[in-house]
Ligand binder design. Structure first.
Ligand code: SF4
Length: 397
């Protein structure tokens, strides 16, 4: 099924308008992280390690609406943390739908059965269930047994209630092409509306830095998977064929992180969903004050291995708009999985990595403590302040 026709048409019209207006940088998907709190602690995600004062922060409904009104993207992807822990999530989703946006609500599905009746099926609303592979792969990825089973039950429940359901799958360097291809077969047989796949990226807060993919391994892995699925045509990917073509090493793109601007409890994240090198108060400030040319593959050491969809999907979509015939050929013919790969961007002149993120955490903590000193003191007493402090109960609010 992949991208529904209505969504493809509306997003296509938006892209064409941006292209014809000559706008150089424009958003495609707002990445919203309205909280960092989660009810899992996956090895590839460092967010649960934030101090409790930060984990207790929530974007309000008003802040979530302001974010979309400011940036104007046609799609909102709500992640976190676990969005279903946010008590106002149904209202946030309704607010976006009322603004005629496509909403993708990402969840680990542990709370989905409990919360599902707070939402209504709509062609503009999709549940995106986190599943990083088959039972063994996923439970290992999320560091907890039984989560895969619950996620599959949640998919079936949501489908039975008439919702659109996709999965989001992050692949690490221990992914096996054959197992992954069979996993995609199983998911497709469940009647999923889409599969979003991305290679894992070793951002600096992730506790497990060993299992992320580098560029060459990423391309080889995706060639191995796609060759087992008729060049990708066997499965309902939500991403553009040109992005998958890029993952298979047939294109070398510069990233376009402004395509997926990210709003978190810290503010608008510079420069992208993956790196927190600074924060802007407004979307305008993000677009105008970010030194975009200092980031991206070949420009910055931290970017060297990145091929993540939030950085490159918009690049691939832009390529589709400017080269529709090539895009059609890839769509109809499937993705090439053999032969020479495109020459990649040289890393010879990249600037060295800077490690600035902990400074942003300290700044945010200071803001929170100034605004509400009593609450911060209570958290210190109850849980121990600072990184790695014990987590309070994470039941839904
Ligand atoms: S390559 Fe682009 S999207 Fe990836 S980490 Fe760097 S700035 Fe972010």
């Amino acid at each position: 099924m992949g991208i529904p026709v209505l969504q493809a048409a509306r997003i296509g019209a938006y892209l064409l308008k941006q292209h014809l207006s000559g706008r150089k940088r424009y958003p495609l998907v707002l990445m919203l992280e309205p909280l960092f709190r989660c009810n899992l602690a996956c090895a590839g995600c460092g967010k649960i390690d934030y101090p409790n004062e930060i984990l207790n922060q929530r974007l309000t409904v008003e802040q979530c609406m302001e974010a979309i009104d400011e940036c104007g993207a046609p799609v909102v992807s709500i992640a976190g943390g676990e969005p279903l822990l946010h008590k106002d999530m149904p209202e946030i989703v309704r607010g976006y739908l009322a603004r005629n946006k496509f909403v993708i609500l990402c969840t680990n599905a542990l709370l989905l059965a409990k919360k599902i009746d707070d939402y209504k099926p709509s062609p503009s609303f999709t549940w995106s269930i986190h599943l990083d592979g088959n039972q063994a792969m996923h439970d290992k990825s999320v560091c907890q047994d039984g989560v895969y089973e619950k996620a599959v039950e949640a998919i079936k429940l949501a489908k039975s209630k008439g919702f659109q359901v996709s999965i989001n799958c992050t692949l690490f360097n221990d992914a096996d092409p054959e197992q992954t291809a069979r996993f995609f077969d199983e998911m497709t047989a469940l009647g999923l509306n889409g599969i979003t796949v991305s290679p894992g990226y070793a951002y600096e807060r992730a506790p497990d830095q060993q299992h992320f993919l580098n560029r060459t391994k990423t391309k080889e892995l995706f060639r191995g998977i796609l060759s087992r699925g008729n060049g990708g045509k066997a499965w309902p990917f939500t991403q553009s064929r040109m992005f998958l073509n890029f993952l298979a090493g047939n294109e070398a793109y510069h990233c376009t992180p402004w395509g997926n601007p990210t709003r978190t409890v810290f503010g608008w994240q510079k420069p992208c969903y993956l790196l927190g090198e600074g924060y802007a108060k407004t979307f305008k400030e993000l677009m105008e004050d970010t030194a975009w040319d200092q980031y991206g593959v070949g420009n910055y050491e931290k970017c060297a291995d990145c091929m993540v969809h939030s950085g490159f999907e918009a690049s691939a979509v832009k390529h589709m708009v400017t080269n529709p015939i090539k895009a059609l050929a890839v769509t109809l013919g499937g993705i090439r999985t053999e032969g020479a790969m495109a020459k990649d961007i040289s890393l010879d002149n990249q600037r060295p990595a800077q490690y600035v993120f902990s400074g942003h955490v300290e700044k945010k903590l200071a803001e929170i403590r100034t605004a509400n000193p009593k609450a911060s003191r209570r958290i210190e007493i109850n849980h121990g302040a600072g990184k790695g402090g014990a987590q309070p109960t994470v039941a839904a609010e």
